[in-house]
Design a protein around this ligand. Structure first.
Ligand SMILES: C[S@@+](CC[C@H](N)C(=O)[O-])C[C@H]1O[C@@H](n2cnc3c(N)ncnc32)[C@H](O)[C@@H]1O
Ligand SMILES: [Zn+2]
Length: 374
């Protein structure tokens, strides 16, 4: 079956049109077009900024759709897959679009450890967790590592033991679990990179359609790795009154009681990434590099605009949940944000959902602001 995305047209097996986990054939998930459209815009924005960056490695190629789209943007593309059918399809798909590129029937980790190869940008888009590729990617990439994780249940604490095992962190299934997943992933990636004296700076991250996607710019000094580790800490969350608190550092302990409601069900997650999950200027630049021929142009633009304006607070609230606790009906989000701002609190929407928001104010201050405005 023919599929067109952006400027390219590729062949994918009929059986894989149904989405992730299709029973046979090379993998292709049409639902990840948003992810790929944003990837192309990132490659354009990053390539404009870092002119010497030209070598892109699609580590887990499948049909080759990412690598083919990157090649169409002028990147010098290498792809790898351990599935011979995938490798042959990815080669055909380069040919169909008259594009150059190398497709290797090899384990991505072996390619990354090949001393004769250097990549500026490495894209890890595997089945489930990216952890099996993280060491090699950080040890051997020059500028930017792009990572997808689709194992959101372990990451956000819904599958607690596998989350602990795979991510060497304590994830908690709080009501802002999508952001929990992102911040556990960022923590694990930062700690993995630090082992190679590499510091990570997330320039764009989004959680959409049940996957986490993040783009990490790399700095190659031990002090940069130290700086990244300084962004780690714990989040304490009271499921009764929705109070949250966070603290930097790897040695902080659990909380006994909730300082807001006195409840004793406070849960602690960590180490999680408490620092910025995006760089607003870069996100705006990426948005400018989207183009209208992209199949998910509108959604990509809206998502990036929301992210660019998001506050750098390491969790978010659900406005409807708060109003439900207060026994009141929620108000329009713009009016609600205005109430918080009028009370002197910074506040923003978040791409984690239309009823969700970020603010530095705690639950007591949020309630006071709403009461004062009534
Ligand atoms: C989720 S698919 C990739 C989807 C693709 N990036 C896209 O955007 O459509 C994951 C691919 O990784 C391949 N794979 C699994 N283990 C691998 C390894 N160790 N090295 C390289 N590829 C691997 C699988 O065969 C599969 O084709
Ligand atoms: Zn509480």
């Amino acid at each position: 079956m023919d599929v067109s995305e952006g400027a390219v047209s590729i062949e994918v097996p009929e059986a894989s049109g149904g989405g992730e986990g299709a029973a046979s054939g090379v993998f292709f998930n049409p639902d990840q077009e948003l992810n790929r459209d944003i990837t192309v815009a990132v490659l354009r924005a990053f390539g404009d900024r870092e002119e010497r960056a030209e070598r892109y490695f699609d580590a887990t190629a499948a049909s080759g759709i990412r690598g083919v789209r990157a090649a169409a943007e002028g990147w010098d593309v290498t792809m790898a897959d351990v599935d011979a059918d995938a490798v042959s399809l990815a080669r055909d798909n380069l040919d169909r679009n008259d594009l150059e590129g190398e497709v290797l029937l090899q384990d991505a980790n072996a390619v990354l450890h090949d001393v004769d190869r250097v990549f500026d940008v490495v894209d890890v888009d595997p089945f489930g967790s990216p952890v099996p590729f993280a060491d090699a990617a950080f040890a051997n990439t020059r500028d930017l590592v792009c990572v997808t994780a689709t194992d959101t249940a372990p990451l956000c604490g819904a599958h607690f033991e596998s989350g602990v095992r795979r991510y060497s962190a304590v994830p908690r299934n709080t009501e802002d679990h999508a952001e929990m997943g992102l911040r556990v992933l960022l923590s694990t990636l930062a700690r993995t990179a630090a082992r190679y004296d590499v510091g990570v700076r997330p320039v764009l991250s989004h959680v959409t359609d049940h996957y986490v996607r993040t783009y990490l710019e790399l700095d190659h000094r031990a002090t940069d790795a130290d700086a990244a580790l300084d962004e780690l800490g714990n989040v304490h969350h009271c499921p009764e009154c929705l109070y949250r608190e966070w603290e930097y550092g790897l040695l902080e302990g659990e909380r006994q009681g909730c300082p807001h409601c006195g409840g004793d069900n406070v849960v602690t997650a960590g180490p999680v990434w408490l620092g910025p999950a995006h760089d607003a200027d870069f996100v705006r630049d990426v948005r400018e590099h989207l183009s209208e021929e992209m199949g998910r142009f509108d959604r990509a633009r809206d998502t990036l605009e929301t992210i660019a304006d998001e506050l750098h607070v390491p969790f978010h609230y659900n406005q409807h949940k708060l109003y439900k606790r207060w026994g009141e009906s929620a108000i329009a989000m713009d009016d609600f944000l205005a109430v918080l701002r009028d009370a002197g609190h910074e506040a923003s929407r978040t791409h984690f959902g239309g009823t969700r928001f970020k603010t530095e104010a705690d639950v007591g201050e949020i309630r006071e602001a709403v009461l004062a405005a009534n």
